[in-house]
Write a protein that binds this ligand. Structure first.
Ligand code: ATP
Ligand code: MG
Ligand code: MG
Ligand code: MG
Length: 475
């Protein structure tokens, strides 16, 4: 019986290997071929140039389990973590790819065979969507696979009027390969709130999207015309954690084997008895994304990928604080992660000490100001009239206490408040202008920070933030 995450991952790769797919190891989270992309956010990313025809490989069918991060840029699920049963910042995407080899029919056949024959999912629990005008996919699902027509849902453009934004139509960019998608959903049962795709309640967690099949069929030109691709291709992605939840008979991804082990480890360290506590889920999510980012060479900083990493670490540390963490707990979770995922990702074991050290330094640094920042924020909230935290307070929390704005927003959201992002941005801008002016007049801004450091203690903790403003500014 295929049940554990490790077994599912292996079963998937084996199944597609039997269908003549080359098994390709997961690439780095830092995309090697795309400077515009913050993190690898889908299984197709390492194959982008193959789809574009700029790179050829010795095979035309591939399969992989690709590590992905969606915590910035176009796909950002950071705000969903802790709020939905199905979103992580880090997850594994199982995929099969055809580079001008098979197309729509085989992609659908393979997907259905894997889910219903290999994994043995009950057909009546599955629903599928197709792009609204994709009759070919609709007919194949209905007539060849035998899905009842009322379980095949046509999905059109999400926001009509917007040029390229749609839900069941995928594109690599404004121009280039694109085409309709067909997605497979699983019904977790009527006791869970949510409606089928396309319904007003679709964002609920009853019907969970498990697999997206993308049919790359056209080449979109700058003027919007769609030329058929001479060799249509296929790109698919299925979240390992979502399919594991189904196979393990649980609803939430956070209840699967890997997550339960991480949650238990965090609960032990933090002395928390409520294993369903949202903060434990967030921490378990964040230890995965942070550890894998570090493994792939990302270092905490105040710019780019490093800033995403730093923000996620600080969110995790804040959740530990909420659970009254007595010590630096976060880095101590790396061993539990290595135990869970080290077989599939040996680099986690190899780099365990580096990951732990990197996280520990960040925890120590932020730990020094976290308490005082929380006190300030609690005061601000206690004296708030209205439900928006002013930009100047958000900025002070950032500049003095190391609370990135999204962390303050995260805390605010728990109290049904929001932050004044615009006000914060203009404070940031003013800060940059002051720094610019200082350097124009020949003052060494770094010197200024250094002297702050010697005059009063807070300046020391300020240092990393103020100096990164300079970093931002110089970049
Ligand atoms: P959703 O609508 O649930 O946000 P999506 O449509 O954004 O998912 P795709 O871009 O189609 O997701 O990615 C392919 C598959 O990857 C999804 O069907 C899902 O199984 C998985 N997946 C996507 N985002 C996440 C995430 N943040 N955490 C875990 N799995 C994910
Ligand atoms: Mg999404
Ligand atoms: Mg979706
Ligand atoms: Mg999708």
């Amino acid at each position: 019986m295929i049940k554990s995450s490790a077994e599912i991952r292996q079963a998937f790769l084996n199944f597609f290997a039997q269908k003549q797919h080359q098994i390709v190891a997961s690439s780095s989270l830092v995309p090697g071929n795309d400077a515009t992309l913050l993190f690898t956010n889908a299984g197709m990313v390492p194959f982008k140039d193959v789809f574009l025809g700029a790179e050829t490989r010795s095979y035309t069918r591939a399969t992989s389990s690709q590590r992905c991060v969606r915590a910035g840029g176009k796909h950002n699920d950071l705000e969903n973590v802790g709020y939905t049963a199905r979103h992580h910042t880090f997850f594994e995407m199982l995929g099969n790819f055809s580079f001008g080899d098979y197309f729509k029919h085989d992609a659908i056949n393979f997907g259905w065979e894997f889910l219903t024959s290999v994994l043995g999912l009950p057909k009546e629990k599955l629903l599928v969507t197709v792009y609204e005008t994709d009759n070919e996919a609709f007919d194949h699902w209905a007539n060849v696979i035998g899905v009842p027509e009322d379980r095949i849902i046509r999905i059109g453009d999400k926001s009509a009027g917007k040029k390229f934004e749609s839900d069941n139509f995928w594109s690599m960019g404004d121009t280039g390969p694109c085409g309709p998608c067909s997605e497979i959903f699983y019904d977790h049962g009527e006791e869970i709130w949510g409606g089928p795709p396309g319904s007003p309640e679709e964002d609920g967690d009853r019907f969970i999207e498990i697999w997206n099949l993308v049919f790359m069929q056209f080449n979109r030109q700058a003027d919007g015309t769609m030329d058929p691709l001479p060799k249509p291709s296929v790109d698919t992605g299925m979240g390992l954690e979502r399919i594991a939840a189904i196979m393990q008979g649980v609803h939430s991804n956070y209840e699967i084997d890997i997550f339960q082990a991480l949650i238990k480890a965090a609960a032990d360290l933090l002395g928390c008895e409520d294993l369903e506590h949202k903060s434990l889920r967030v921490i378990a999510d964040h230890i995965r994304s942070c550890s894998f980012m570090i493994t792939d060479g990302v270092n905490p900083s105040n710019v780019g990928r490093g800033f995403v990493l730093r923000r996620i670490i600080r969110r995790a540390v804040r959740h530990g604080h909420k659970l009254e963490a007595k010590s630096h707990f976060f880095h101590q979770l790396v061993s539990a992660l290595a135990e869970q995922m080290g077989d599939a990702y040996p680099e986690l074991i190899k780099q365990q000490a580096i990951i732990e050290k990197t996280l520990r330094i960040e925890e120590e640094q932020f730990g020094r100001t976290l308490d005082r920042g929380m006190n300030l924020l609690n005061d601000v909230i206690a004296n708030l009239s209205g439900d928006v935290i002013p930009g100047k307070d958000v900025f002070k929390l950032y500049d003095t206490y190391g609370f990135p704005a999204d962390l303050t927003a995260d805390i605010a959201r728990e109290k049904e408040l929001t932050i004044d992002q615009e006000g914060f941005d203009s404070e940031m801008q003013a800060q940059r202008e002051r720094a610019q002016k200082a350097s124009n007049f020949g003052t060494d801004y770094n010197e200024q920070i250094k002297s702050d450091k010697t005059t009063h203690f807070e300046g020391y903790e300020n240092h990393s933030f103020s100096s990164t403003i300079v970093e931002l500014f110089n970049s």
